[in-house]
Design a protein around this ligand. Structure first.
Ligand code: FES
Length: 165
């Protein structure tokens, strides 16, 4: 093999990994969003075992998020009402009126939003106040006693439930 041919082969072999290294960020920015859209992800929230039946419990969980090239964990909370060992309702903590976080008041047996006074029953129905729709449920599943939730945000201030991210 001539020296010239050897150098051509060497440059070809070395440039392939370099091109992959430099091109990966651009490729992942194009493919990444499509991949995430195709694969909605359930995130483990925790065990249902210790939760009381029929009583709303606020549970926090961490979810990996990616913003451009920054990877971090975001902490979210959800309201969980356990119906049985294999069944639970999960509510988004965001009030459907204008997006405040509401709380559970055990004495009143209602969820009450502090911002404009919307009141919701334990099953999420509007009891009073300006909320245009019931509390938003989140997709969930139970595996081996653990609760998994798919985190979503919904448009606030409108009658219909529309996911916005
Ligand atoms: S944001 Fe909850 S009642 Fe207005």
């Amino acid at each position: 093999m001539s020296r010239r041919r050897f150098l051509k082969c060497l440059v070809g072999v070395l440039s392939a990994p370099l091109a992959a290294f430099l091109g990966w960020p651009m490729l992942s920015s194009l493919i990444g969003p499509l991949y995430r859209l195709d694969k909605p992800r359930f995130v483990k929230v925790g065990s249902l075992d210790a939760l009381p039946l029929g009583m709303p419990v606020s549970m926090n969980f961490e979810m990996p998020t990616t913003d451009a090239y920054i990877h971090s964990n975001a902490t979210h909370s959800v309201w969980v009402i356990k119906h049985s060992a294999a069944g639970a309702t999960v509510f988004s903590p965001v009030c459907p009126h204008l997006g405040c976080h509401y709380d559970w008041y055990p004495d009143a047996r209602n969820f009450i939003c502090p911002c404009h006074g919307s009141v919701f029953s334990v099953d999420g129905k509007v009891v009073a106040g300006p909320s245009p729709r019931p509390l938003d449920t989140l997709p969930s599943k139970i595996e081996n006693g653990d609760l998994y939730v798919m985190w979503e945000l919904f448009e606030v201030g409108v009658r219909g439930k529309r996911a916005i991210g």
